[in-house]
Design a protein around this ligand. Structure first.
Ligand SMILES: Cc1cc2nc3c(=O)[nH]c(=O)nc-3n(C[C@H](O)[C@H](O)[C@H](O)COP(=O)(O)OP(=O)(O)OC[C@H]3O[C@@H](n4cnc5c(N)ncnc54)[C@H](O)[C@@H]3O)c2cc1C
Length: 391
């Protein structure tokens, strides 16, 4: 992939490739084995200014495009799925703030702070009681008093919750608001009490360090984005999440494919001229990877065009269906490619300690269908398909 068009894009993609090679890849197995935060890669992102790459240049940021952010997620995904997912989730939060600033001086100042201090921002959307239903909250903003408000949210999964500097949280607009009448609130760690709940010892994406927390916050009301969350979700959070996550999964699948290819090439070198059944399987696997690549890059192109020139279209049913389908397709196809890579390599791919191992890839990619359960998305799509004029 190569999408760099501006200086900010070039700086981001160059930094992502370097960090992937120098910090993410060498630590990926240790991060996975010990379910530990990928601190080397994230520290390197801070030093290179990657955490503010999506902040506009007018606010001192890198001014990079969504395409460059996606490429960075892809490159890191090829080295360490957890590091890539941390970057993707951070960029989604920054993208939501940048797209929905609406002239807020507080949010502009906060984005300047992200630039100066390389703040890492996490997401609290899932909730005990609503699960992965992004469009509903139980927790609510309290009645403001002297411009101050608060909330308490039972969050079952908060990636890098222990390491983030700030959190973007969905809550109901007021104590008497409907579940779907939500706002997004940015709170800094020092305004919060994060009470850990349970542990994080999952099958894959172990380095995202995503246990539950009870999140309690007290904050000035100017830290609530003025745009209703439903609009932020349609225009930014949902499509951007699906675009960036799918680039992470494509990166993971691409590395699994590369390992299978390295296995076949090594076998061909050992027995030149002899028939090699694994080579045929590799070719079959390449067509599976091509399907994933095509879906992911087309969706990126579409989102880049719509967010810059036709935002309202992102709330149309056909577009919502389109980006929901990206998530479903990519989350199902990435594990298919990883499993195929295991079949090509056989036992040396199954073992955890060979250059052809793809166990981590397979486990990481299996988290994809849970990151907002595909069944939930199918339910939304099924309703939309009944009423949408065109799809
Ligand atoms: C690696 C990883 C990192 C994550 N990081 C974060 C984070 O930083 N912040 C955050 O907020 N969340 C995060 N999540 C949570 C995630 O995005 C989902 O919200 C969460 O996994 C949903 O939890 P659940 O599967 O128990 O709940 P549910 O979504 O309630 O699903 C439970 C089960 O019910 C089924 N189900 C639910 N609704 C329906 C329906 N309508 N029709 C049919 N079946 C249905 C589902 O398929 C599933 O089998 C993360 C998840 C993962 C895997």
């Amino acid at each position: 992939m190569s999408v760099a068009v501006t200086a900010g894009d070039e700086a981001l993609t160059e930094a992502a490739r370097r960090i992937a090679a120098e910090f993410a890849a060498p630590n990926a197995d240790d991060v996975d084995r010990n379910a530990r935060f990928p601190r080397e890669a994230v520290e390197a992102m801070r030093e290179a200014g990657v955490l503010s790459s999506l902040v506009p240049t007018a606010l001192g940021g890198g001014g990079a495009s969504v395409a460059a952010a996606a490429e960075a997620c892809f490159e890191l995904g090829r080295s360490c799925g957890a590091s890539a997912m941390v970057l993707a989730m951070h960029q989604i939060q920054i993208g939501c703030m940048v797209n929905h600033l609406d002239g807020s001086a507080w949010f502009e100042d906060y984005l300047r702070e992200v630039v100066a201090e390389q703040r890492l921002v996490a997401s609290i959307t899932s909730e005990v009681g609503t699960g992965g239903d992004l469009g509903k909250s139980v927790a609510a903003v309290s009645e403001p008093a002297d411009g101050q408000a608060s909330f308490e949210k039972q969050a079952p999964t908060v990636s890098y919750g222990e390491y983030a500097d700030a959190f973007l949280t969905t809550v109901r607009r007021a104590p008497d608001a409907d579940g779907g009448d939500q706002v997004l609130v940015l709170t800094k760690r020092e305004q919060m009490e994060m009470e850990p709940q349970g542990t994080w010892d999952p099958l894959g994406m172990r380095g995202t360090c995503s246990p539950g927390f009870v999140a309690r916050a007290s904050f000035p009301t100017e830290q609530i984005l003025s745009t209703p969350f439903a609009q932020i979700s349609n225009e930014s959070m949902t499509p951007l999440s699906h675009v960036l996550w799918s680039h992470v999964w494509l990166g993971i699948a691409t590395d699994a494919f590369d390992r299978a290819r390295a296995f076949v090439r090594a076998a061909a070198k050992r027995k030149p001229g002899e028939p090699l059944p694994a080579a045929i399987r590799l070719s079959e696997l390449m067509s599976e990877l091509s399907l994933l690549r095509a879906e992911v890059s087309l969706a990126l192109e579409e989102y880049g065009t719509l967010i810059s020139s036709d935002r309202a279209k992102l709330s149309e049913m056909a577009t919502i269906l389109r980006f929901n389908n990206l998530k479903i397709a990519a989350s199902e196809q990435a594990p298919v490619v990883c499993q195929g890579a295991m079949a090509v390599g056989g036992i040396v791919a199954y073992k955890n300690d060979t250059p052809f191992s793809v166990g981590r890839h397979l486990r990481d990619s299996m988290s994809a269908c849970l990151m907002v359960a595909n069944e939930r998305i199918h339910k939304t799509d099924a309703s939309l398909l009944l009423i949408a004029k065109e799809v």
